[in-house]
Write a protein that binds this ligand. Structure first.
Ligand code: PLP
Length: 484
């Protein structure tokens, strides 16, 4: 299987080269040249690691089967406990795929546990002996999941930069107590944009790139545009479907809808790959919060990023440029030149592009779009808890609400992307309780109220000692990167 760029279809790279390079030189994202097909009968009864090795083996064809079997066992064999890709019934016809039973209690663990192993192996296959420096600007979940995934890996150094007052206390504690011999964590004065702009400036600094090259070192990021981060997410769609068949909830071959709380469009796009591979997926329902740019796009065919940005209680969905949508545009249009034009237009002064009606209709054959505001999210969170004893975090609640408003005839699986205790203050408020400034107090209060189990990685936080405490200005990120 070879990969080309969404903006240049003359390229052909192996999987390891695409993963090592991350993003194509003209700015496009790497996509596989075809969708490998697989029969459900080949997958029944496999453990999650074996399922992952089988599916990933179809895409990562220059990785050996032995490597994939070993890496998937290392990442998924025990780190998610018995709960790997656990699919539970909320009520008749509605299910929750709980993706937060991993080390950082967020769905990003599925990708960020495996991706580092894929990168280290890519370097080996490509005979790249350089040191890799990973810089991550984070508003919370990505930073912690990346630290946990890359810790102690040979040839890699990772530094995470979070806005001083822009994460929840839980998220901050998760990061500053991070263990590992190659990890670095800094608070940055300002908001997430300040941290992100500071990191981007380091990435585009030519002088620094040259310095690093001299030291046989190169920079990379951990965000979701790398193929090695997207591919592992395809697996849990298959796992969830097979689990519903095994539980007797659906008949094999019956279509199922998936409703996905969406930010960068990576998670839901993995569902599209699963569908194209042959999984009986009905509709992929894209759920947005008040930042409803994707919903507007689905309705009008115009992607318009020149709009107000809202901070919500589902911060991982507070995104105006959903990078992975570019991959869908390529697959649907089959025209890299056209996609390149759209992206130039988005990066330009107008910050928008428009697609032809025909292309929009083609997207709507597989996708539905819906959005919900804070009030509707909180109301749904409370209603789901009171009527069905199911406690969801605000991201999942957005998807539950959109799944209800966009309900079709097929059973629907909502992707539950974070454990509710990660967002205790918002969950308490949604349930009509008051929240304290301290998240540790909120976790205790939410536990007293609901009795839901507090995941061990969060329960342990209050006993852990902080290893990192430095606060820097955005301009200092370069100095810090130079010192690593
Ligand atoms: C990252 C994240 C999302 C959004 O996923 P995308 O792949 O960016 O669309 C949703 N919920 C949570 C909790 C997340 O951390």
């Amino acid at each position: 299987m070879k990969y080309y760029s969404t903006r240049d279809d003359s390229l052909r790279l192996t999987a390891s080269a695409a993963i090592l390079q991350g993003i194509s030189s003209e700015g496009g994202l790497f996509v596989p040249e075809e969708f490998p097909k697989i029969e459900l009968s080949e997958l029944k009864g496999l453990t999650y690691p074996a399922l992952a090795a089988k599916i990933l083996g179809l895409y990562l064809t220059d990785y050996s089967a032995e490597f994939l079997a070993h890496a998937t066992e290392t990442c998924y064999g025990t780190a998610f406990g018995e709960e790997v890709a656990k699919t539970v019934k909320v009520h008749e016809g509605l299910y929750s795929l709980e993706l937060w039973h991993g080390p950082t209690c967020a769905f990003k663990d599925y990708a960020l546990q495996l991706m580092p192993h894929l990168l280290v192996e890519a370097k080996r296959i490509q005979k790249d002996e350089s040191r890799t420096l990973i810089l991550v600007a984070t508003s919370g979940d990505t930073g912690k999941a990346a630290l946990e995934g890359y810790k102690n890996l040979p040839g890699i150094e990772i530094a995470v930069f979070y806005p001083e007052s822009g994460t929840s206390e839980t998220q901050r504690l998760q990061m500053v107590t991070q263990e590992g011999n190659n990890v670095h964590v800094y608070a940055v004065k300002g908001n997430f944009d300040d941290a992100q702009t500071g990191v981007k400036r380091v990435f585009t600094n030519k002088e620094f790139a040259a310095e690093l090259a001299q030291k046989n070192c190169h920079l990379t990021s951990a965000n979701s545009i790398n193929w090695g981060r997207l591919a592992p997410q395809i697996v849990y769609y298959f796992a969830s479907y097979l689990s519903l068949v095994a539980q007797g909830e659906i008949k094999e071959g019956e279509p199922v809808d998936f409703c996905v709380p969406t930010g960068n469009f990576g998670d839901i796009l993995a569902g599209y790959y699963a569908k194209r591979m042959g999984l009986p997926v009905g509709r992929l329902v894209c759920a947005s919060n008040s930042n409803r740019i994707l919903t507007d796009f689905g309705e009008s065919g115009v992607y318009d990023a020149a709009r107000e940005f809202y901070k919500t209680s589902s911060p991982s969905m507070d995104i105006l440029v959903s990078s992975n949508l570019e991959r869908l545009l390529l697959h649907k249009s089959q025209d890299a030149q056209f996609v390149a034009k759209l992206m130039t237009s988005l990066a330009g002064e107008e910050k928008k592009y428009e697609i032809p009606e025909e292309l929009k209709q083609s997207i709507l054959e597989d996708f539905a779009f819906g959005a919900c505001d804070e009030a509707a999210c909180f109301a749904k969170l409370a209603e789901t808890y009171k009527s069905h004893s199911y406690l969801a975090d605000p991201h999942t609640a957005v998807a539950l609400e959109v799944a209800a408003t966009q309900q079709g005839s097929a059973p629907c699986v909502v992707l539950s992307t974070a454990n509710p205790y990660k967002f205790s203050a918002a969950v308490l408020k949604a349930l009509g309780e008051s929240a304290e400034p301290s998240d540790m107090a909120n976790i205790a209060a939410l536990h007293a109220l609901t009795g839901a189990a507090v995941p061990a990685p969060l329960a342990e936080l209050s006993h852990k000692t902080a290893r990192f405490g430095e606060t820097i200005r955005p301009e200092e990120i370069l100095r810090v990167a130079r010192s690593l």
